[in-house]
Design a protein around this ligand. Structure first.
Ligand SMILES: [Fe+2]
Ligand SMILES: [Fe+2]
Length: 240
């Protein structure tokens, strides 16, 4: 495992998102603020994703440069240096555990907010519904990874067809997750509590922002580090 200090490298519009996030941990919050989903669209370049989102690539580039030059950057661990087994352990121990907790807390808060603040102009019922749907999607998804997919991948016990099916299923779930997180950001006005918000509403918005940050990192790790590493290993083990 290596620990790397970030530098003020110059970014280019033609660089793929997933690589940038792996190289520079400080840019993930900038991308989130610009509503850029790097977890499932990491193969796109900065220019392509900005065009897709209707965002100015010049503005995003300037913000990214500022983020990596700011003095409060911290050293970070490069996940590409981890073995697949260590990475799976990290994903389960950190991201899956966090996700279970935050989804349960967020759904409880969303129900309370909807009940207590019915009649407010904000789309609180819709917010509660999206949190519920996200929980219904992700709880079985991570359960499947823990009890079936990750152990099978470690043992190289899947056939080529099974591996293709599993990859397609993961990809679809991850893309749906990204879309639901984007919806939560939109419904909460970028997680900005309204002026009338009490501590429960502020707590809910805070939980949802943490849920977004951690889940984008989690899915990005699976899509752009874990699965590619395992695929490369498999290609080495079973040359076609
Ligand atoms: Fe996962
Ligand atoms: Fe996953």
């Amino acid at each position: 495992m290596t620990v790397k200090l970030e530098t003020g490298r110059v970014f280019h519009r033609s660089e793929p998102l997933a690589e940038l996030v792996l190289e520079h941990s400080a840019i993930a919050p900038v991308l989130r603020r610009h509503r850029i989903d790097f977890s499932s669209k990491g193969a796109l370049t900065l220019e392509q994703i900005c065009e897709l989102n209707g965002t100015s690539v010049e503005v995003v580039l300037a913000d990214l440069q500022r983020a990596v030059r700011s003095p409060d950057q911290r050293p970070f661990t490069d996940p590409r240096a981890m073995s697949p087994a260590a990475l799976m352990f990290h994903i389960v121990a950190r991201h899956h555990a966090f996700l279970r907790d935050v989804l349960a807390v967020a759904e409880g808060l969303a129900l309370k907010v909807e009940r207590v603040h019915a009649g407010r102009p904000e789309p609180l019922a819709q917010l509660r519904q999206v949190v519920h749907e996200l929980r219904e999607l992700l709880e079985p998804h991570i359960e499947h990874e823990e009890v079936s997919l990750f152990p099978s991948l470690l043992e190289h016990s899947l056939t080529a067809d099974e591996l293709r099916e599993e990859s397609a299923r993961s990809k679809e779930d991850h893309e749906r997750t990204g879309a639901m997180l984007a919806e939560l950001r939109r419904l909460t006005n970028d997680f900005t509590p309204p002026a009338w918000a009490d501590s429960t509403v502020r707590g809910l918005y805070h939980q949802l922002e943490s849920l977004e940050a951690d889940t984008l990192e989690h899915v990005h790790l699976e899509n752009y580090v874990l699965f590619p590493t395992l695929a490369a290993q498999r290609a080495g083990l079973n040359p076609r």
